[in-house]
Design a protein around this ligand. Sequence first.
Ligand SMILES: O=C(O)[C@H](O)CO
Length: 325
Amino acid sequence: MAEEKPWALFSEVGGEGYLEGVIGIMKQHFQLICHKDFLKNPLVYGPKIQALFVWNCYPAAEPSLLTSLPSLKVVANGGVGIDHLDVSYINSLGVKVTNTPGVVSAATADMAMGLLLASARKIVEGHLISVDPKTTYLPSSLMGVEVSGSTLGIIGMGNIGYKIAQRGKGFDMRILYHNRTRRCLEDEEAVGAIYCRNMDDLLKESDFVVLAVNLSPETKHLIGHRELALMKDTATLVNISRGLVVDQEALLKALQSGVIQAAALDVTYPEPLPRDHPLLSLPNVLLTPHAGTNTNTTVRKMVQLMVENAVAVVKGSQVPNEVKL
Ligand SMILES: O=C(O)[C@H](O)CO
């Protein structure tokens, strides 16, 4: 008789279309129950579940859920950032945490460049003018910032930061980076990146500052009043990491008072911002809804890796991407 597949709990929050493509990958290895259906009958399903698939905060891996899953072995996170998970608490329950580094880097770096270009060249404003028959296009209203030849400052030079540097090189940008540890000379030379041990030097010299760090107690509000004041008044801040890396109140003031020219943000806090949040009505802000990894290819790769991680934990074999504290 064929061995019964283990049970896994996942969230339906991504939307039907989003899940259609990926549910098949999960179903090859797991019997699935979505969070909504689980909540209708937690006492029946709770003891069966061995894997919990998590997308950002969905479902929230909180004590109330975790303690209702006595057979749980793994929380398999989709994405690299695990700031929404209390890893030590989860580990204390005898449950491993896994994530999906590497596979998210290219799409996230593309998003950073997309935001940078769209903000610099006012692409969204250009689209709105083009589709509105009542507006007349005046080139002066869409005057952009030249990207080629400008200076790109990358804060956080892990996989994603490095891919942003590769893209910046393609745009003939001068590349500065700040990271806890310096990359090897070979990596630096391949993209022509200059290391700034002191982040302030990067902030002062860059036309575009891109944030690509993980959120941790050390990087929370890494960019605040002081750092924004160091930036050029013609500079743009691009954030594809986590909203909390920036002090949002300080950013709002800097954008309102011309301390910096613009911001392009894929991440904020909270997400989404409330409809009356002042950042939403500033003309020099471009926002996307934390969609850096959201391509068919990357989502599939993430789910594939989530499943590989979860299967490895359940079977007790070598786990490709366990998060270790
Ligand atoms: O952490 C990540 O990889 C992305 O933000 C997706 O959640």
